[in-house]
Structures are given as C-alpha cells and as structure tokens.
Design a binder for this molecule. Structure first.
Ligand code: TRP
Length: 363
C-alpha cells in the first residue's frame, strides 16, 4: 500500500494572523491544499496550547479562535479540501499526551531550544506551569494523532518536530510499528523564514506594534508601510542607500513579482534594477514605499474582501469548525485505538485476551 501523504499544521490563537504568518506558512498551505498531492490535510487552531501560557486569559484565546478561523478562510483554506478544527475539542489528544509523557525525560524537555527561549522570554524561570513545560509532548500528540507525514511550519518549530520524531521512534520501538514520523516543510524563500517587523526588529509581534495584519484596512496597511524602517543613514534622495536590514526591501524580496514592475513602477524592469539604483543613490524611500504599498495591497485586497464575506455569516464559520472537529475526531480516535492496542490496554475489544485469561484460570 502506498503511504498516505498527510499534512497537519496549526496556529496558536493569541492574535489575528499577520503577513509574517502569511508568507511564512499560510500562503504555502493554500498552495499545498490546492496541489492535489496530499491525501489528507488537517489545519487546526491550537487553543489548548495557547492556554498553556495564557491560563488567566481565556477570553483572549476565545476571541482569537474565530479571528484565526476567518484569517484561514480568507486566505483560501477551503473546508471542502482541508479539515479545519479546534485542538481543545479533540480529547483524544490529551490521552495520547498522557501516554507520551512516559517516553520523554525532564532533562530532554529542558534541552528543547524552543522551550528554553520561551521560558526566558516569559520570565518563567522556576514558576513554569507543567503544562507549558510539556507542550512539546502535546504537540507530538497533535501531529501523530493524524499520522501526519508533513508539517509545514517555520524554522522555530524544528525542535518540536525533532521531539515528535523521537517520541514516535521510542513508541514504535517499544510497542511495535504504530506511529508515523513527521517531517517539517520549511518555507522555500529564505526571506520568508522570518519576516521582520515594520520597525526592522527581528520578529513581528503584537506587543511591539510592528505587524501588518491580514485583516488591516487598506489605509492601515498604507500607514504602516509609510512609516516603515529603512536605512537610517539614507537621509537625502541623492545619498547611496543600504539594502541590508532595510525592511522595505526585505518585504519586496518576500512579496514582489516581476509583473508588479510593469504595473506600478515601469521605470524599472525588476527588483534588481531598483535595488541597484537605491544603492547608487538618487532613489528616495517614499518612492520605494509607494511601490511596496501597491504590491501589498494587490496581495491583501482579495484576502480582505473574502474576510468581509465570511464575517457576514459567523454562525456558518462556527458550523464549519464544528464539522471539522467531528471529522478530525474520527481520525484521532482511530489512531488512539491503535495506540491502545499496541500498549496492551485494549481489554474489552481483544477476544483472544479474554479467552486466554479464561483458560489460564480454569485449567
Ligand atoms: N506551536 C505552534 C505555534 O506556536 C502551533 C502548533 C501546535 C503546531 N501544535 C502544532 C504547529 C502541530 C504544527 C504542528 O505556532
């Protein structure tokens, strides 16, 4: 039998999704979804994981579940092709995590680089909630419950995937071939691995106020672009400008296509020519920003318009999610059956076991 190709990936609902999520992962998901190369696609909203470090803020998580669902739909994720669901509605994931916890040591979790940096970022030190500390295990459950072969995600998720693969290997070694080892699928475009914030800082983050959201209005996008960080030494138009660390050019690397030049900036044939002129001097930031704004608006406008349509019928979006949860549960529970069988905790569906025990006690 040919091995099934299964995609699984998700996002924490801690805010609306921004263009960093879009180039880093969302856009690719939609392409993969429409490629017809995958047998099954699962996209989920990781609300339970979001709660591991927002335990006192359930309202924030609840509000953002629907925001993320709307972002998904407006980007072109299609519930007839992809199963879109909410993590907390799949209790099978908790049960799997519980069993996997016996396969991972405390020191292995402490060495997980993502956990390490997140503990530092959140100033958790000795007060880390156990649930947060063990979220790599729960993430392994998310992935393996659906027998995912392919996890499209950013570079920062690599340690999570490594942890998941270790759990799969350990489980299969002890209990026999049951689970599937997943692989990460990173963005192909280097600049898309991590899009910087509009202020030039390494990461887009809500708390820094340096994001362009998929749901921002055309005016909000334009305002953000106009105030973007460029080259601070490029003071007059005639000065030579630098490309390194120049956020406007980084965004152009991520978003511009050759045909954009004919449409919005016909004096140049391509990005290379624009860059060379900027470096030589004689090209003002505002002109480049105007161009970037046109490029971004072209990409974001259809997303924004689709979102407005979905916003008109919010109950239908919840219905879609509910159906997705039901479908996802079927798969997760089939995997859980196999896991229980492998772990020999399937007492009531194993007729051989009952017969064997009956014989043993009645010889
Ligand atoms: N940790 C991911 C994030 O912060 C979200 C996530 C949870 C995830 N479970 C996953 C991603 C499983 C891929 C696969 O965005």
């Amino acid at each position: 039998m040919k091995k099934e190709k299964v995609i699984l990936t998700g996002d924490r609902p801690t805010g609306r999704l921004h263009i960093g999520h879009y180039v880093g992962s969302l856009k690719r998901r939609v392409e993969l979804q429409n490629s017809g190369q995958y047998d099954k696609i699962f996209i989920f909203i990781a609300d339970a994981q979001a709660l591991t470090d927002n335990i006192e803020n359930p309202e924030k998580v609840r509000q953002n579940v629907i925001e993320v669902a709307l972002d998904y739909l407006s980007c072109g994720l299609d519930p007839t092709k992809s199963t879109i669901f909410i993590q907390s509605q799949i209790p099978e994931l908790c049960e799997l995590s519980f069993y996997y916890m016996d396969l991972v040591s405390v020191s292995r979790l402490q060495r997980n680089p993502t956990v390490k940096t997140e503990i530092q970022m959140r100033n958790f030190e000795s007060s880390i909630p156990v649930g947060f500390f063990t979220y790599p295990i729960s993430q392994a459950a998310d992935i393996t419950a659906f027998k995912a072969t392919t996890v499209p995600a950013g570079e920062d998720q690599e340690p999570m995937l490594e942890q998941a693969r270790e759990i799969v290997r350990r489980f299969n070694y002890i209990y026999g071939e049951t689970l599937v080892e997943p692989e990460i699928l990173l963005p192909t475009n280097q600049v898309c691995l991590r899009l910087p914030g509009t202020d030039g800082k390494a990461k887009m983050s809500k708390s820094l106020g340096n994001c362009i959201y998929l749901s921002d209005s055309a005016d909000e996008v334009e305002k953000r672009v106009k105030s973007m960080f460029t080259d601070p030494t490029h003071l007059r138009v005639q000065d030579p400008g630098k490309l390194e660390g120049n956020t406007v050019f980084t965004y152009l690397d991520a978003f511009s296509k050759p045909e954009h030049f004919g449409l919005y900036l016909p004096e140049y044939n391509n990005l290379q020519e624009l860059k060379e002129h900027y470096q030589r001097g004689g090209l003002g930031d505002m002109k480049v920003k105007k161009f970037l704004n046109s490029v971004l608006q072209e990409e974001l406008e259809p997303i924004r318009n689709r979102r407005k349509e979905f916003e008109k019928d919010i109950p239908a979006v919840y219905d879609m999610l509910k159906t997705g949860c039901e479908k996802a549960r079927e798969t997760a529970s089939a995997t859980l059956d196999e896991v229980r069988r492998a772990m020999k905790i399937n007492y009531f569906d194993d007729m051989d076991l009952i017969a064997e025990q009956a014989k043993r006690f009645n010889q």
